[in-house]
Write a protein that binds this ligand. Structure first.
Ligand code: ATP
Length: 491
């Protein structure tokens, strides 16, 4: 993880928020490359799950909602963690995690010397186990108290109880409260889904592991409404659709680069299930700190719609023409974090390779996710014709694929830099491309394309570039197939 964190900072993917003020450990800023990667993940997800499906529509609900939403959803009463506070240093810990933290101990058997002792172990000098604050080693801890993870704020000019509202802790509720609006506006039939990408906020007690758990993050969520009386594949529709969504989500992550052996499913046991869920399956990724949740796919039954109907007094039903009855749909919820997805894609793409005795760092991003698709590089930046051709190419190509120009180092170095940020293709303009008027030589109008993973190079006429990149980047044609039509260039 440390290697990824440092690469992210060095190359402008991710910075700590407010770093010049010492940083806020739980929030992150996405730099020039990070924002492109993040946008690509969201764009591809939206395209695959919204645009390319006949049974999905999109939504962008506001972050601030009526406070009753959170009463109805159960977040006000249940979205809590048990916390203990140190009476001395005032630090706060999750009661269920306190024995998993290394602890500070002033040992009486060694004249009060200070030791840091491994989590769960006793002091080897005096044999005692931790009873005081693990951080300062001095304070008594309070009894556990429930702490709500929602950020509270005030709407309007007066800070009074009546104006209290919350930053949404999940995007899902914005979908449920708009269920009827969308039904009326689109006349959808079950089954259909509503998708949303947006920010969510949780006052996590123990944020950490880089962007894995932060207090401000983004979710990509779908609420897929089904008729529980229908049968699909011989089973109740909600159960069959749940399995379909689990398979679709797993396939999506592997399609865009996660190795199949780094992803696995975790079935929630009865005592792990949220109060509203009939069944929940998490998709776990093998993060450096161990297998952890990448996303969750829950069968939330009709809980949310029924709750909002109860609290709002509005009917949130769908009319089943066939059975001539109003019913409350069941809902399957695939819920993924943009930031966790981004971290997993980064980790899986990272490789250190040895090339001709030198270390090469490469991010083998799927081309659709790669922040920059093409880098246009001059072999000699002193030659104005070469530089002008590069700029012209960059302008033309960037209309369709984000293209960058770089002339700040020698070509070998420029290639390495692009490898390190995962740019799939480099285009190099050289003397042969533009010719040498002083020697009376005309250029051949061809450039070199270098592919990131194989490092193979081919010589391609400038006039073919757009067709070649359309095949590689839009149609997904394999490099080997495209490259076979052109002569190899020397590496
Ligand atoms: P965890 O158990 O890790 O706290 P969760 O089960 O509470 O996660 P959900 O409420 O199911 O998470 O949220 C759906 C998804 O949103 C998660 O799978 C994760 O990808 C993302 N997510 C949730 N909390 C955070 C967070 N604090 N920081 C970043 N992403 C998050």
């Amino acid at each position: 993880m440390d290697v990824i964190v440092s690469l992210c900072k060095r190359r402008g993917f991710i910075f700590q928020s407010s770093e010049i003020y010492g940083g806020t450990g739980s929030c992150w800023d996405y730099g020039p490359l990070g924002v492109e990667l993040r946008n690509n993940i969201k764009r591809v997800w939206w395209r695959d799950f919204v645009h390319q499906r006949d049974d999905m529509v999109g939504l962008d609900a506001s972050i601030l909602m009526h406070p009753m939403v959170w009463k109805a959803s159960g977040h006000l009463d249940h979205f809590t963690d048990p916390m203990v506070d140190c009476r001395e240093c005032k630090r706060r810990f999750r009661a269920d995690q306190i024995d998993e933290i290394d602890w500070t101990h002033y040992c009486p058997a060694t004249k009060g010397n200070k030791f840091t002792i491994k989590a769960g172990e006793p002091c080897k000098h005096c044999g005692v186990r931790r009873t005081l604050c693990p951080e300062c080693g001095k304070g008594e801890l309070t009894a556990p108290r429930q702490f709500n993870l929602m950020f509270k704020t005030f709407m309007g000019p007066v800070e009074e109880d009546a104006s209290v509202t919350y930053l949404r802790p999940e995007t899902a509720q914005g979908i449920f409260v708009n269920f009827d609006n969308i039904l009326q506006a689109t006349r959808r039939k079950l089954p259909f889904g509503i998708a949303q990408i947006g920010k969510a906020f949780r006052n996590e007690i123990t944020p950490g592991n880089f962007i894995f758990r932060s207090r401000e993050f983004e979710q990509m969520e779908i609420e897929f409404f089904v008729n529980p009386h229908d049968r699909v594949d011989g089973r109740p529709a909600d159960e069959a659709w749940h399995d379909r969504w689990i398979a679709e989500c797993q396939a999506w992550f592997t399609r865009y680069g996660l190795a199949a052996e780094h992803v696995k499913l975790h079935e929630h046991a009865r005592d792990e299930l949220a109060h509203y869920a009939k069944r929940t399956v998490d998709l776990l990724y093998k993060f450096p700190m161990g297998w952890s949740e990448l996303m969750g796919i829950a069968n939330r039954t009709d809980f949310d719609l029924k709750q909002h109907a109860k609290f709002s007094g509005k009917s949130l039903t769908w009319f089943d023409e066939e059975r001539k009855e109003h019913l409350v749909p069941f809902v399957i919820e695939p819920s993924a974090g943009v930031d966790r997805a981004l971290l997993a894609f980064l980790l899986d793409a990272y490789r250190e390779e040895e090339v001709r005795g030198e270390k090469r760092v490469v991010l083998r991003f799927h081309p659709e996710l790669a922040p920059i698709k093409i880098a246009v590089l001059p072999l000699l930046k002193k030659r104005p014709e070469i530089v002008a051709t590069c700029h012209d190419l960059r302008h033309r190509l960037t209309r369709r694929w984000l293209t960058l120009y770089d002339d700040t180092a020698a070509i070998g170095r420029l290639y390495r830099r692009q490898d390190e940020v995962g740019t799939p293709y480099c285009v190099t303009v050289d003397v042969k491309t533009v010719g040498d008027p002083e020697k009376g030589e005309t250029g051949d109008g061809k450039v070199t394309i270098r592919e990131r993973d194989t490092m193979q190079q081919i010589r391609v006429p400038i006039t073919d570039l757009e067709t070649v990149f359309a095949r590689l980047l839009d149609a997904g044609t394999a490099w080997s197939e495209v490259a076979a039509a052109y002569p190899r260039a020397e590496g």
